[in-house]
Design a protein around this ligand. Sequence first.
Ligand SMILES: [Fe+2]
Ligand SMILES: [Fe+2]
Length: 314
Amino acid sequence: MRDDLAKAVRPFLTEKRYGHTLRCRDMALRLADRWGCDREKAEEAALLHDITKKADNAGQLQLCDKYGIINRYSESEFPWLIHADTAAEVARDLFGAPRDVCMAIKYHTLGREDMSLLEKIIYLSDAIEEGRDYPGVGEIRKTAFENLDMAVLMSLEGTIKDVEEQGRAPHEQSRMAADFLRKQLEKENRMDNINMEPKELLAEIVKIADGRKAKDMVAVEVTEQTTLADYFLIMTGTSSTHIRALSDEIEFQLKDRFGVYAHHIEGINSNWILMDYSTVVVNIFMSDAREMYALERMWGDSRPVDLSKFITAE
Ligand SMILES: [Fe+2]
Ligand SMILES: [Fe+2]
């Protein structure tokens, strides 16, 4: 532990902020151990992250002047956000912190696109150290040890929502950070789906739908026709409530039992629900819509899949 550094930062911080800083260090070390990040850097960044927080607006402006920091914040944002920029410079100048540590300090309040592991750890440690007590913090804390990107996204989204509820516009940089992570997580989910054999996935969907009394299920193999999917599956429901129940059940069970998420789901409020599981595309129709779109005819000579062993005859 860098007790020398912990002592050195003490005069820069109020008592309350010092407590927060030490708890932030504890969390950063735990997260560094969990995710294989350099412990010393995590500790250094955590101890230095709020080092200029004590300065008032005039003091912050002086630091901006001294280090050539361009103020990119609006008047209302400035008091909350500028300390991250000035702390990064002071960490470098007075404490000799290396560049990656300074970057983690600089982005600890807003995040940014494509954050490094260290940046994510410091961003989160600040938000979820054990002294933090806001609605939802427990869930983010738990997630931080299971899925780091997910936890950062949850935290960013929480902040964005809070700011919006106060009638202010969230900072562009946080929005972009959240969008970036959302896309990345979506891509990972898609990879997960591919990890489940397409044929196995198809069989599971057919069994789930059969349990919910889907009618006239037909599947074709389309590997030769398209790279978009391996299988198309069609089924019919008897009412809008029924097709909705079918899609809900498929979505829930695949998520719950296999951790498989749909890439996207369309038409929830129409007579045709399309669920894209990448390798398997599921079409759930009301009977009139099924006739109207006549998808099966478009498939022409695609190879039908024998589903009889998954379907219980009525
Ligand atoms: Fe801060
Ligand atoms: Fe902080």
